[in-house]
Design a protein. Sequence first.
Length: 369
Amino acid sequence: MTYHLPEAVATAALAASALLLVAVLFRKIQGDWHGRAIAVLFSFCIAVSVGAAALGVYTLGGTRQNIYLGPIVFLTVGFAFHWTAGWLSSLTRRVWLAPGLAISAASVIALAGVGDMRQDSPYRIYDNVESVLPVLKERAREEDMVYADWRTVPGIRFYLGKEERPANYHYGTSWCLPSTELCLREMANLAASLPNVPNRIFLVHVGKSIEMGGLGLLGEQVSVERVTADGYFNVSVIANAKEVVEPAYKALVSDYESVVSGEPAIRSDFDVYLRENTLTYVKEACAPDDTEARFFLHLYPVDVNDLPDHRKQHGFDNLDFRFDRLSVRFDGICMATVDLPEYDIVRISTGQFVSRQGRVWEGEIRLAE
């Protein structure tokens, strides 16, 4: 299992180290324990975050790392308030002002907290993904497929610990809760591309969107059993997966063969095919890293007045996208199709880019004016 340390996290680690050095020097110069405490605590919390990310032991995956910064935020705000209250008390020569402000601030915070708790309890407990692992170990056989949507993957990885991921476990890149269709499409394509299409698929997902008719997107003949209903993390079993996914897979392969039968308009890291009013991006031997960078898609119209109002000043339409939001993956192939607008286009510029680093690749399609 490989863990990638994001550039932003590495930058934060360097910044934290620099702050720690500054704090040490500052101590030698002035001895301000308040400033030292904040700088040292900030550096320590960032170091914990970086260490957990590097070792792959952070259970929440790519979300809520800022929980480590909570103590620094409260300490900094408290220090700033204490300093301000003391300064105002000294400036006005009224000793009672500092404790008076402290009591007022505490009252406001308490009242705001009570108001929030009346609306939504902060102590509501969601069952964690650990509860579904015994179910999978007990019920999922080797010939079955286990598909975990993107939201449940970090928890499964964490609770599996050092155990090797079972061969029939597949980690998704889509979250079924907001994008049910994309999630189910990825699951079906994975199942159909296996050497032996499984009869049963165990779908690990978050929320109730799947039970509330979401699996109907696979067809009316789909047979679904809800295995766990713990509230937040759930397991559903598609009992007739082979019957459901094989027709969809055949249609997908047919569509792919139709696309690549023509000549690509752009040959680069991805081949780009222009068909009627769509652009299709195709890459064979496609690895996950190949689709991480964002795709840019700029359309230059024959008449700039055809553009949406917010794009007219720029002279082109911007349809940038994340590949996984539009793509299908099967047999090691990545394919994504983008619908083009109805207005006449004179030029298309597309490719991939990384923010603050530049373009990974680019290509251009010129159409008849």
